[in-house]
Design a protein around this ligand. Sequence first.
Ligand code: C5P
Length: 299
Amino acid sequence: MSVTVRVPAKVNVQLAVGAARPDGFHDLANVFLAVGLYDEVTVTPADELRVTCEGPDAGQVPLDRTNLAARAALILAERRGLDPAVHLHIAKDIPVAGGMAGGSADGAGALLACDALWGTGASREELLDICAELGSDVPFSLVGGAALGTGRGEKLRALEVGGTFQWVFAMAERGLSTPAVFWEFDRLTEGLDVPEPVASEELLDALATGDPDALGSAVSNDLQPAALSLFPELADTLAAGRAAGALAALVSGSGPTTAFLARDAGAAEKVAEVLRTSGTCRSVRTASGPVQGATVLGG
Ligand code: C5P
């Protein structure tokens, strides 16, 4: 008996970042959109807790108890007084350390899969609570769709979306560490008056109407200067996508994956083709969103 859960990646269409808080985290206005690139987490009873991973980036995924999938199983088992003896297998298609919530997806997926396997019957509220304990982006991986995250990004409000948006993602040659990008944000904003992060009304309207042109002119990412400072070559990828006609070109979350919004699927293919031959990235994928969050596929 096993349970498989499919979990999408995310792109941040707005990432407004406030000053560092005393706990080191940053208050955010984080507008998440779930997109159709997926990891699948399969949980099977085993003699002891074990994690395996397959996929092009599998070699970069930690297989010990720091893996968010393992941590999710441990937290749920501890709350229920259960033995966390399961094999967690991750079929990974979301880039690792890419700013697309790949690790968070595995945490949310493992949590939902263990809940189903063990018949724990955890409420949505408890699952979201455990997700927030695992990491700031993990609650969104569970719910999917589109949402505004406040606090450190874990307090979610679902957003209405009036259409499907077409995206192109360019994967970079190496990863970026999220804490390092936030530290660079702190360094770049030192001595400056960092405003409170607020969601853009223009952006929320663009999502609600499903208008790609309006969304293209409203997207923003306050972490982009920090990501570019640590990884200057990303500017070439952004420029290549813009020149290919993307409505918007931005770093996804803390990066280094870059995201390009296209008017329709045909335009997305064209942007993807140009990026593939640009020599400015490792690989290119197209995906649309919003899509639903973590979903049990069967067992
Ligand atoms: O919450 P999570 O573990 O995913 O965050 C990873 C790191 O990113 C944190 O340790 C912190 O350095 C940074 N972070 C932040 N402010 C947030 C979210 C994350 O500074 N709102």
